[in-house]
Design a protein around this ligand. Sequence first.
Ligand SMILES: CC(=O)N[C@H]1[C@@H](OP(=O)(O)OP(=O)(O)OC[C@H]2O[C@@H](n3ccc(=O)[nH]c3=O)[C@H](O)[C@@H]2O)O[C@H](CO)[C@@H](O)[C@@H]1O
Ligand SMILES: C=C(OP(=O)(O)O)C(=O)O
Length: 431
Amino acid sequence: MMLKDSRRGSRILRIEGGQPLSGELRIYPAKNAALPILAASLLTPEPITLLEVPRLRDVEVMLELLSHLGTRYQWEGRTLHLHTPEIRNTHAPYELVGQMRASFIVWGALLARVGEGRISLPGGCAFGARPVDQHVKALRALGAEVVEEENTFYARRTRPLAGRVVFDLPTVGGTEQAMLAVALGGEATVVQAAMEPEVEDLGHFLRMLGAEVHGLGSPILHIRGARQLGGGTYRIIPDRIEAGTYLLAAAATRGSITLREVRPDHLDALLDKLQQSGHRVEVGKDWVRFWAVPDPKPFFVEAREYPGFPTDLQPIVTAYLATVPGQSAITDRVYPDRFTHVGELARMGAELYLRDRTLLINGKRLRGAQVKALDIRAGGGLVVAALSAEGVSEIEGVYFLERGYEHLEERLKALGARVGLEETPLALAAD
Ligand SMILES: CC(=O)N[C@H]1[C@@H](OP(=O)(O)OP(=O)(O)OC[C@H]2O[C@@H](n3ccc(=O)[nH]c3=O)[C@H](O)[C@@H]2O)O[C@H](CO)[C@@H](O)[C@@H]1O
Ligand SMILES: C=C(OP(=O)(O)O)C(=O)O
């Protein structure tokens, strides 16, 4: 019996597997680039327009937080107008920050704009420890006074933040936090900065506002903030994780698809693995064509920081490899315990063995089952597995899928999948 989850609703995604995906898809802009750019909009009193913003639950949550802090916003189709003439609140409470980790970087923006910020420890996908010590280290290195009390952090500054931040490890959110903290009037050199395309996109956005940003895409960044930032219109980069999910779904179903409005260079690590598996790939400036072979080969993947194989595609490539005969192996250097999807995939008949943080996979034809998405990309993995499986799967935890995949059901249908979103009857949903 399915358990009722009142906060997350009781909908299920029903997938009848076995249909090879085929067709064309325009990839949406990146959630993980949109979220820090939304946080950065707090830095300026001037209006900002973001073109083609993903209409995702995470974006709605971030907008709720921004309005609490003082932003007025308006949607016009997929275009988003934002304006923060002044900050009305300097406290980002748990009810908002607890829903999503990316919200934590509004802290740096508040500190830069009004000199202080109080923020609750963030929530987000739970796939092992996700500390914030590097965020605190960065703000302290820049001269902020930081006090932690009962899962809430308070920071203030008495002068513009400036200094050298040396991270212990490359952190996407930590790097973005440091960038926001100095973009308005401060200055920083960031050593061992994250090189992810989403960090680079934030850098381009800050440049548009008037900050100087050097070294984007490299491990050493230099940011010189402007005394006053302006506004402008910005287009966010395509979502490499959404693109990767559809490519792996096509691979798992032995289908063929064309992705448009993508950045193939952001997908290098995945495209290389797909080719290693035997599939055919062609790329152009902003498109990728993919044809699966019927008898792909297994491979080894190690998820790492960009430009390595992305950890956010790790659960999804696991689902694909679970369909490939032979032995594959996966490790995740970014989140070594990101394996919440393993038990659920096993329910679909996948043969997976976790040994010393390495996942060994004996690929085979999967079978449909009732499973539960426990985070966004674990959910993406279950969708990929269900699409390739024999029979019907019912995926619970649609809430998580909606955090990361816009119009998932319609898009899969357009590619020929047999999929439907269903309300669980109340009788079934009750525990
Ligand atoms: C909204 C967003 O963009 N989320 C992405 C972002 O998350 P997020 O920014 O939270 O991930 P980080 O890059 O910060 O994490 C990388 C590693 O650094 C560690 N760490 C991080 C911060 C800190 O203060 N201390 C610390 O030890 C983490 O535990 C992890 O092992 O990058 C992750 C890694 O690519 C992705 O999985 C997430 O989808
Ligand atoms: C893990 C993700 O998001 P967050 O960092 O907000 O948990 C994700 O987008 O896959």
